[in-house]
Design a protein around this ligand. Structure first.
Ligand code: PNS
Length: 165
């Protein structure tokens, strides 16, 4: 019997409840889901690669068919090396669509055998992004129900919120 392995790639700086929701959905439809953290993203990450991987491992320990890996270079090359037949991406809103559409078609051009599968997170997470929640946290806003507890702990340990709050 063949195994369907999928990659869930991203920067995960840091993982949000929206990502986690997608991981849970993906782990229910694929036999194996490999969460793949980009080692050197163009944007300068707040969390180191090790920190991003540690947080992902911690929040996925309850899922036997989910693993965490890192990659550099082309995503499709990593998918091929891993023996993955699918790439999972989340679509939150129409604004995500254009970027995701371009990436999906470019990836298909590079590796037609790797299918890109889009899933929607729960509605309550459709406005959540790593970039926005870091901004809100750094300005002293509440983000408690948008990230797993370990992310909040790590954020608090890394950056103190402004003193006026
Ligand atoms: O979390 P992000 O920033 O939305 O993830 C973007 C990611 C990592 C999926 C994308 O930047 C990527 O695949 N990078 C690897 C390099 C690559 O394959 N580029 C061509 C994409 S068509």
């Amino acid at each position: 019997m063949s195994i369907t392995r999928a990659i869930f790639p991203g920067t995960f700086d840091p993982i949000t409840n929206g990502h986690l929701d997608l991981i849970h959905r993906g782990s229910r439809i694929f036999d194996e889901l490999v969460v793949a953290v980009l080692r050197h993203p163009e944007k300068n990450p707040l969390f180191s690669l090790d920190e991003r991987v540690e947080m992902l491992r911690e929040v996925t320990t309850d899922r036997d068919n989910v693993s965490v890996a890192t990659f550099d270079g082309l995503l499709v090359d990593f998918a091929r090396q891993t023996g993955a037949s699918a790439v999972l991406r989340g679509i939150r809103a129409i604004s995500d669509y254009e970027y995701e559409f371009q990436m999906a078609l470019m990836n298909r051009r590079l590796a037609p055998e790797v299918e890109v599968v889009f899933m929607m997170p729960a509605q309550r997470y459709t406005f959540v992004s790593s970039r926005l929640l870091k901004e809100v946290y750094l300005l002293g806003g509440e983000i408690e129900d948008l990230v797993p507890p370990i992310v909040l702990e790590r954020l608090r340990a890394k950056v103190a919120v402004p003193s006026h709050l």
